[in-house]
Design a protein around this ligand. Structure first.
Ligand code: S3P
Length: 177
């Protein structure tokens, strides 16, 4: 079955929602940041600090291309991964892309932003980054989720969206999701 790929701003809940989905759908969750951290043996924040963002993005590209060769996964993408055309194009080919479009102000006010190097410049900068990225997330998304009342309800909305897309695909005679 195809992969389910979660995209959206840092802190929007991709990993938490991905964990719930993985349990409900009996699939494996892969978080691109965690995979990079496991391979490098240091945190994402340390990679940014010691090697710079460019190096992190090259690791992200490699991970995206490797994961795009697999199937049946839930993939929680780092928030900046969709900015790299080659990384996201490869992943999109392997599955269905769901954008968790949570309000950036709610994220910044409600989530722990420590350990996220690109969220350290304050609320305004975070909102601006989110606004700049929105068209890019939108471009890649097969479906967009707006319900963030709880992680459980967000996961349920993602599952519904995936099932709807799967039924369209089946009607077209395509592979199931
Ligand atoms: C980033 C998001 C982070 C991580 C890195 C850069 C971004 O992932 O990949 O700090 O550019 O938005 P999360 O979205 O999991 O926080």
């Amino acid at each position: 079955m195809k992969n389910i790929i979660l995209i959206g701003m840092m802190g929007c809940g991709k990993t938490t929602v991905g964990e719930l989905l993985a349990m409900r759908l009996k699939r494996t969750l892969v978080d691109t940041d965690k995979l990079i951290e496991a391979r490098e043996g240091i945190s994402v924040a340390e990679i940014f600090e010691t090697q710079g963002e460019g190096y992190f993005r090259s690791l992200e590209m490699g991970v995206a291309q490797a994961l795009s060769l697999r199937d049946d996964l839930i993939i929680a993408c780092g928030g900046g991964l969709p900015l790299q055309e080659g990384a996201m194009a490869a992943l999109k080919q392997s599955g269905v892309v769901i954008w968790l479009d949570r309000d950036a102000g709610d994220i910044f006010d409600g989530e722990d932003m420590s350990g996220r190097p690109l969220a350290q410049a304050g609320r305004e900068a975070f909102l601006e980054r989110a606004a700049q990225r929105a068209p890019i997330y939108e471009k890649w998304a097969d479906a967009t989720i707006h319900d963030f009342t709880s992680a459980v309800s967000t996961a349920a909305r993602v599952k519904e969206a995936v099932e709807t897309i799967a039924s369209w695909e089946e009607n077209k005679g395509g592979e199931g999701i």
